[in-house]
Design a protein around this ligand. Structure first.
Ligand code: NAD
Ligand code: UDP
Length: 335
């Protein structure tokens, strides 16, 4: 592991590329690193562990073609890459609201630094934007042409507006400096390696169900989300990056929509849990419904999710349950 602002020179030629992944220690970034390494590329992961964990990169660290840089994207960074996947940003509402000014800086200045690097070096850059740019949507499902309904003074704005300015920067670097950009709007994605303590609904409900704790539904639970399994999403990022003549924005997500109440019941059922479902007030500006219109991704990328919510949840719960058993037996062994 190195700390600092300089990376080694590129060795990427032909099919073998040198690729930077910012936010590499996070849930999606770490799965993306694994996929790119499996494809035979050299991967440089960059992260400051704000919400990510080194253990997510255990497989990558064991790979000879992986390098890691401990770096905050708010400070400029350098290096020669063929491609840059720019993921660095907290993603869960409790995490991005913990330090909202920092969240806004990460998305604005961090993206500015990533775009500058792409401009200087000619790298293609993919920005992971979010369905949060649609705010609390008045159009349903959400197509890319919908300009959204974000409350710019609300508690979610540090992230929502942060991602909106990040998209603006990407398109301005493209128009003004001919940077080769790809902009993807990710809808709620889940799977192994999500942080169990980050408060997102899937990781929270699974952790609570496995522990037999109460599951807390915010509001009346009638709000909806559409959950995509990580493997489908990461395949979509790869397709988007490697499709020529396309800037986006393109929605990536699973249009299988479910209310949070139904989702809580499904988690309890699949985990075989005895947890009770309790309620708490709905957080401010919590979107009432969300479902991606993915016709653009289907048409331009020939991409659509292949894993149903039930299948993906079973895998996620099984793995989480296995890890829990290991921790418990480790704890017992040590005591
Ligand atoms: P995550 O929190 O697991 O990963 C984010 C990573 O970025 C973490 O490893 C974190 O330490 C790192 N990071 C944060 N600030 C940083 C900084 N200043 N410098 C360097 N690294 C920093 O979240 P995730 O779910 O893997 O999300 C990855 C990206 O995808 C984010 O940009 C997020 O906005 C976007 N996204 C995710 C979802 C989803 O449902 N998972 C939905 C929409 C958008
Ligand atoms: N939610 C919930 N209980 C929780 C966490 C979240 O009911 O413990 C709800 C939240 O209010 C929202 C939905 O689940 O309506 C999805 O929340 P999450 O934080 O995962 O992501 P969001 O899509 O809101 O960014």
């Amino acid at each position: 592991m190195t700390r600092g602002k300089r990376f080694q020179k590129t060795g990427g030629l032909g099919g073998h590329l040198r690729i930077l992944v910012t936010g590499s220690a996070g849930f999606l970034g770490s799965h993306l690193c694994d996929r790119l390494l499996q494809k035979g590329h050299t991967v440089v992961g960059l992260d400051n562990f704000l919400t990510g964990r080194a253990e997510n990169l255990a497989g990558a660290f064991a790979h000879p073609a992986f390098e890691f840089v401990d770096q905050d994207v708010v400070s400029p960074f350098d290096g020669q890459f063929d491609q840059i996947y720019h993921l660095a940003s907290p993603a869960s509402p409790p995490m991005y609201q913990r330090n909202p000014v920092e969240t806004a800086k990460i998305n604005f200045i961090g993206t500015l630094n990533a775009m500058e690097l792409a401009k200087r070096t000619g790298a293609r850059i993919l920005l992971t934007s979010t369905s949060e740019v649609y705010g609390d949507p008045e159009v349903h499902p959400q197509p890319e042409s919908y300009s959204g309904n974000v409350n710019q003074t609300g508690p979610r704005a540090c992230y929502d507006e942060g991602k909106r300015i990040a998209e603006t920067l990407a398109f301005d670097y493209h128009r003004q400096h001919q940077v080769d950009i790809r902009v993807v709007r990710i809808f709620n994605t889940y799977g192994p390696r999500m942080h169990t303590d980050d408060g997102r609904v899937v990781s929270q409900f699974v952790a609570d169900a496995l522990a037999g704790r109460d599951i807390t539904v915010f509001g009346n639970g009638g709000q909806t989300r559409s959950f995509c399994y990580y493997a489908d999403l990461v395949a979509g990022l790869d397709k988007m990056m490697n499709t020529d003549g396309l800037t986006g924005p393109v929605n990536l997500g699973n249009p299988e929509e479910i209310s949070i109440n139904e989702f809580a019941e499904l988690v309890v059922e699949l985990a075989g849990s005895s947890s009770r479902i309790v309620t708490r007030p709905l957080p401010i500006d919590d979107p009432k419904k969300r479902r991606p219109d993915i016709s653009k991704a289907k048409r331009l990328l020939d991409w659509a999710p292949t894993v149903s919510l039930r299948e993906g949840l079973i895998e996620t719960i099984e793995l989480q349950s296995f890890l829990l058993t290991q921790t418990q037996s480790g704890t017992r062994g040590n005591s």
